[in-house]
Design a protein around this ligand. Sequence first.
Ligand SMILES: C[S@@+](CC[C@H](N)C(=O)[O-])C[C@H]1O[C@@H](n2cnc3c(N)ncnc32)[C@H](O)[C@@H]1O
Length: 320
Amino acid sequence: MGRAKGTSSETYHPEPMKASAEAPSELAVFRHGHQTLVLADCFEWLAHAGPNSISAVVTDPPYGLIEYQPDQQRKLRAGRGGVWRIPPSFDGANRRPLPRFTILTKTDREGIVIFFERWARLLHPIVRPGAHVAIAGNPLVSPLVASAMERAGFERRGEIVRLVRTFRGGDRPKGAEEEFPEISSMPRACWEPWGLYRKPIETKTLAENLRKWGTGGLRRVSEDTPFLDVIESGTAPDVEREIAPHPSLKPQAFLRKLVRGLLPRGDGIVLDPFAGCASTLAACEALGVEGIGLEIDPTYYELGRTAIPGLSAPLPLRSI
Ligand SMILES: C[S@@+](CC[C@H](N)C(=O)[O-])C[C@H]1O[C@@H](n2cnc3c(N)ncnc32)[C@H](O)[C@@H]1O
């Protein structure tokens, strides 16, 4: 496993893609150490990837479906309008932009199920039997993803709770905050669910699957401690945000625990189909395992290219 260390930028046909008339023949690709970041629409890439080639998937997908569309990204980058909640700067600090999950309509919710079922059906053949898939969500949308994943043939294996205070939706009744100052419109989330799914094992026992494919179980935290479904986590620290200023950046400390846990035998290829600025790849690099990231937006792809070396440094990143 693994390639020679070093950083290079090139245009090539990534290894797990089968030669095919429909396969995109040229994709922008960045390599650093054991990582490969590809500028690609994951739906197209997955459709041509080699069967049973991926050992684990760790990903943080878009949910509003429109938040990462080009026109919304233009508005976000201009700091004006659009679906992103861009809090005003006050008490001298600029607030980070946040996606607005609470405005999803019934049609949006149906769209999420369709989006994830299509995605999961493309993913299913390319992951190994027993491969785990961890998908970041929030309490409002994770049940929709669960139903799509199950329909595509994945088994639900629980949920990893990332203990963190992230978005702040529906804090007070809109337009009536003064009239009902003692009322919250919904609970403030103090955790982030990561749905955990598995492609069913194809052998009689887990041990056989572990021997044949290297997948099916989760790597223990230690001899005495199994992999746990609650992981304490802050938001990404400022030093990581400076290296990788993506609005949905996930912290290295959390991602490294997840990547480690999802590779029970410590090797195999980890895929992040919605790579953002390649934080999952940075976690893979820190652990010395191979990762492939797909990112559709050229700006975030460029950010990922510059971010992987810095984000993959040993924790804490204070020395960078
Ligand atoms: C929620 S963000 C992930 C950010 C990531 N957690 C990080 O730490 O950088 C989702 C990313 O998926 C990308 N994306 C959306 N649709 C995509 C697609 N069809 N193929 C590949 N990437 C896509 C977006 O541009 C966005 O950067």
